[in-house]
Design a protein around this ligand. Sequence first.
Ligand SMILES: *Cc1c(COP(=O)(O)O)cnc(C)c1O
Length: 393
Amino acid sequence: MTNWQEMESKYFMHTVNRVPVTLVKGEGARVWDDNGREYLDFVAGWAVNSLGHCHPVVAKALAEQAHTLIQVSNQFYTIPQLQLAEILVQHSCLDKVFISNSGAEANEGAVKLARRYGSHHRDGAYEIISAMGSFHGRTLGMVAASGQAKHQQPFLPLPAGFVNVDYNDIDVIKAATTDKTCAVILEPLQGEGGVNLPDDDYLAKVREWCNEKGLLLILDEIQTGFGRLGSLFAYEQHGVEPDVMTLAKGMGSGVPIGAIMVKDSANVLVPGEHGSTFGGNPLVCAAAYATVKYIIENNVVENVEKVSQYFVGRLEELKNKYNFVTEVRGRGLLLAIEFDREIADDALKACLKNGLLVNRVKPSALRFMPPLIIGSAEVDEAVNILDKVLAAV
Ligand SMILES: *Cc1c(COP(=O)(O)O)cnc(C)c1O
């Protein structure tokens, strides 16, 4: 049998430390490796497989579209991207859509838009305030936006025009605002940075400040969007409306797709200023349209809320049982447990041996982001494995 992991080290750039499992098949919340072993998947492609693996509705949309029209240039009108744009606008507070291929690319476009806004409305202002501990993607621009030294340091010098300030502190945003500032970009909940929730009134205060100063508020909902936090978009839970919102991960239940959404008042890009060869092609848009439509029509968001409450309760039981579990945090189906010691790697490996896939978001924390369609039975299965694993570490 081919040793796929050996093949990887021979042929593939080693930019990620992989978990030693080769996955070949998925269905719902389960995946199988090349030895036929089954796993319960609480990583879901990093919060991507919102409807689980190979959901029939998504597979059907892909198959039909693959036999109809896969890709043409954006100089032509194509139908799936328009259907997708319509459903996104109808179910959000934003007015217009641009489709990209990934999250980082959506954020890059949002930054271009904000700079154009600055040149039209703020006398050439171009600086963007972002948060420490944030994650906005891996392009050079988004490395500058993401306030994490480990991602920035190896790639200096970074593009100019980004100011990183502490998360969850309105005063530092105020202090960093100058006449060069055009926008603030934030995650409603920092996912990659460790599942960090801001105070309930943080985004409202930032919104108020942006209004006062004429800055755009860009919400990066790439991880939090499409029901992940128990509402279709996270901004709904904060009583604020962004001027710009970026989306990706859960949008297509697995296909590579992202989006920039903008209010009419900030819709400043004109023909020639932004574009993409693949972005918005019929194939991925058909899958994303099927995904979003399914999420909306089948009360997936309500399921997230219900399962989340149950999951949090069961994780709290583990916290009460094991004194080294110090916190259960997160919202919806983006949850984490924190330990008072660095055991996340060992816990991840032990979970793997017991048939559960989880994410190590920090040396001392595990993150859970299962498909949004799971029920309490899958939660019980996962928590029972975690219980067994924590008893042994
Ligand atoms: C994953 C993520 C990104 C980057 O998305 P890619 O598709 O990997 O480029 C950006 N922002 C947030 C909040 C993310 O979680």
